[in-house]
Write a protein that binds this ligand. Structure first.
Ligand code: ADP
Ligand code: MG
Length: 433
């Protein structure tokens, strides 16, 4: 690797808000180095101090202890080489798109004669050609965010800091804008030397960044780092991409991926006796959405109330959420995981894919799927599975099998054919290892 100049060095930085008894440690012992050419993704649940770290690096707020160096010099005050793009970029509503970008160029001291052609060029770059004289209110959220990007580019920051820049956008605009940013960056159409992007979306980080730094809460800190070695353009469905998502996921949850011994169960051998909770996945989706709406954490009894569930009926749904790694319980609260958040925000199709990937880690579902895959017609009688499951689950075997089928149907892994009494796979694909 060639020696690349170091831009940012964060050394043992902590950030404390308030004082006793309200003292709150937002960041503790954070170390991070960003070099020229880096595209760093900063990933972590809400409250893990991502925005705070970004603000410290941009010099908008000082650390409580530790230091930040920029190109070797201690950072004092606002970092003139860094620009932050926030989730929703504030534009001047009384200025046109062109004027909004020109303002940033003027602030940089660019002579008037050069401003207009440069602003037009930037507007073109982010794909807003034709909207130069529109006002912000006439634009969609995605287009406004593009103006925000154009304005950030106008500053020509050496370090571009992005704080969840796509999360307020609809799915299509977000994807289009990700593509445009990547093109600007990879094609070296902007003088920016490094990008630091905060996100809570694992796939987004793997799609864009080359290094992913993972943070966690309590106190906010860095818990690990992964290098993304995938070439651009990256494909979300590629096995290598999903494997990378899984590794980051494991880092976040502290869950080591299940050992091959559990996953690669020999055909005909069900995995260990892990019963599936009797829960409908649509209820799991509803609960996950509700927790997200309440800020990612909510008391169980309040959730039961909000969803008009008896607490006893809610618990299997909570178990299912935990089993799929969408949430975890903590002292009577249900806390959403990054995967749960991704699921809650995902389209129906993406939800099926997420559930499919998780469900294949559950021994019973995996076992059924592998048996069906191994069969020539990908069809086997219900009773055959029932008999084998009875050995593990006794009188609850049919309940287990029905739950497995309903989850698998949601994920489009396999289904039950009423007419023949068989389980079948419609489109067998190879199981990711
Ligand atoms: P993230 O961006 O990862 O969601 P933040 O950096 O916004 O996390 O916040 C980390 C923690 O610090 C949160 O618990 C938040 O409530 C707290 N926090 C952030 N800014 C302030 C502030 N100005 N005063 C008090 N607490 C704050
Ligand atoms: Mg934040």
């Amino acid at each position: 690797m060639s020696a690349r100049d170091t831009l940012v060095e964060v050394r043992d930085v902590s950030k404390v808000f308030g004082r006793e008894p309200r003292r709150f440690v937002a960041l503790e012992g954070v170390n991070l180095t960003i070099r020229e050419g880096d595209f760093v993704g900063l990933l972590g649940p809400s409250g893990s101090g991502k925005s705070t770290l970004l603000r410290i690096i941009a010099g908008l707020t000082p650390p409580s202890s530790g230091e930040v160096r920029y190109r070797g010099e201690p950072l004092v005050g606002v970092n003139p080489h860094a620009t932050i793009v926030f989730q929703t970029f504030a534009l001047f509503p009384w200025l046109t798109v062109l004027q909004n970008v020109e303002v940033a160029l003027r602030a940089r001291g660019m002579p008037e004669a050069e401003r207009r052609p440069r602003a037009l060029q930037l507007i073109d770059l982010v794909g807003l050609d034709g909207f130069e004289s529109a006002y912000p209110r006439e634009l969609s959220g995605g287009m406004r965010q593009k103006v925000g990007f154009a304005r950030a580019m106008a500053v020509e920051p050496e370090l571009l800091c992005l704080d969840e820049p796509f999360s307020a956008l609809d799915v299509l605009s977000a994807e289009a804008l990700r593509g445009e940013l990547l093109e600007l960056w990879l094609g070296r159409h902007i003088p920016t030397q490094a990008i630091l992007m905060v996100t809570h979306n694992i796939e987004e980080a793997v799609f864009m960044a080359d290094r992913i730094v993972v943070m966690d809460t309590g106190p906010g800190r860095i818990i690990g780092e992964e290098r993304v070695g995938l070439k651009h353009p990256r494909h979300r469905k590629a096995a290598a991409f999903q494997a990378q998502v899984d590794r980051i996921y494991a880092l976040i949850t502290g869950e080591t991926p299940p050992p091959a011994a559990v996953l690669g169960t020999a055909p005909g051998q069900p995995g260990p006796k892990v019963p599936l909770p009797r829960a409908d996945l649509n209820a799991v989706a509803g609960l996950t959405e509700e927790v997200l709406e309440e800020g990612g954490r909510a008391e169980l009894f309040r959730l039961a109330d909000a969803l008009s569930f008896e607490l006893d009926d809610l618990l299997p749904v909570v178990d299912a959420m935990e089993m799929l790694s969408f949430g975890r319980t903590e002292r009577g609260d249900l806390v959403i995981t990054p995967l749960g958040e991704t699921f809650a925000r995902a389209s129906i199709l993406a939800r099926k894919e997420i559930v499919a990937a998780r469900a294949l880690r559950l021994p019973t579902i995996r076992w059924i799927y592998e048996l069906l895959q191994g069969d020539e017609d990908h069809r086997l009688p219900y009773d055959r599975f029932l008999q084998r499951l009875a050995a593990d689950f006794g009188e609850y075997a049919d309940e287990q099998l029905d739950t497995a089928i309903s989850w698998a149907r949601f994920a489009e892994l396999f289904a039950f054919d009423d007419a023949t009494g068989e389980l079948f796979i419609e489109e067998p694909v190879s199981v990711p290892s």
